[in-house]
Design a protein around this ligand. Structure first.
Ligand code: ASP
Length: 304
């Protein structure tokens, strides 16, 4: 029997730290309940779905609209046998992580994008769902006001349209990594992307090896500046380092690399031995974990 554990994150914050204690706590509880009878991949999907449903988090319901006021979401999921799936720039689904899992289990592909991902979701019976929530608008309006001041900005073209459509505001990407009692590991990540993103922009979250990675030595889910995370291939590096070192040491090494290149990011990791790792660079990571022997999940920042 292996150690049973789930770690979840709710993104990295550079400015104000949101109060996301409650969804992280609930995601840990549901993830652990799932691990009692199902596999790591089921726990990851269930935990990420809880986080996708919370409008305070930038994934699923609550995902940031792009500069045309449209929500394009991305997600990926991976098991330690290297099976994996992802969707990028998908619209109008409630749980992108579940569509990513369907790509893994029902197709021979790893990643579906845009219209193709939308069509796939519809064909499989995922219901049409509007993920725009009331909360998103305020943050976005502030950012738009700031960008409008900049002369000759590329954003002017988009802002006019965005103003007509945008309805709310942000927070963090979400992710989960779990180890089940048979020693299987899985990791998953889901996002609405970054605030003020151009239509069509895709970050690290749906890209295997960048936002998510799992293999025999461990699993990782990332958050932060997708462009930098992709260039460094951080999820894969951290996961591979776990062959030689503890989960915490591997995450620390990943954060050192990120610091060297000025990449704002955070990571959660689980090693096959059951240890966990978490780290942040340039911001504050919101996360939680729950081990079978603990009375309740530990969530950071803790309840104020
Ligand atoms: N990594 C995500 C992206 O670049 C954003 C985030 O984690 O907040 O799309």
């Amino acid at each position: 029997m292996s150690a049973v554990v789930i770690v979840v994150h709710g993104g990295i914050c550079v400015e104000e730290i949101p109060d996301v204690f409650e969804p992280l706590y609930r995601a840990c509880i549901l993830g652990m309940e799932t691990l009692q009878s199902q596999e790591a991949v089921d726990a990851v999907e269930e935990a990420v779905k809880v986080l996708e449903d919370d409008p305070r988090l930038n994934a699923g319901t609550g995902a940031f609209p792009n500069l045309l006021g449209e929500v394009e979401m991305s997600a990926s999921i991976m098991k330690d046998d290297l099976s994996c799936g992802g969707v990028a720039a998908i619209k109008n689904v409630r749980h992108p992580i579940s569509v990513a899992r369907a790509v893994m289990e029902r197709t021979r592909h790893v990643l579906l994008v845009g219209e193709g991902a939308n069509l796939f979701a519809r064909l499989l019976g995922f219901e049409e769902y509007n993920p725009v929530a009331e909360l998103t608008i305020r943050t976005l309006e502030k950012s738009i006001a700031k960008a409008s001041q900049e002369k000759d900005s590329i954003y002017h073209y988009y802002l006019k349209r965005a103003r007509e459509k945008l309805r709310r505001l942000h927070l963090g990407t979400v992710g989960a990594v779990a180890l089940d009692c048979s020693g299987r590991i899985a990791a998953g990540t889901s996002t609405g992307g970054v605030e003020m993103q151009l239509p069509g922009r895709v970050g690290d979250s749906p890209i295997i090896g960048c936002g998510t990675f799992a293999w025999e030595w461990g699993g990782v889910s990332m958050t932060g500046e997708g462009e930098g995370i992709m260039k460094l291939g951080l999820a894969r590096k951290i996961a591979e380092w776990m062959e030689e070192m503890s989960a915490q040491e591997a995450v620390n090494r990943g954060m050192e690399l990120a610091r060297r290149f000025g990449v704002v990011c955070g990571a959660i990791a689980v090693r096959k031995t059951g240890e966990i790792g978490f780290g942040e660079c340039g911001g504050r990571l919101t996360f939680g974990y729950f081990r079978e022997e603990m009375k309740e999940p530990h969530v950071f920042p803790s309840k104020s």
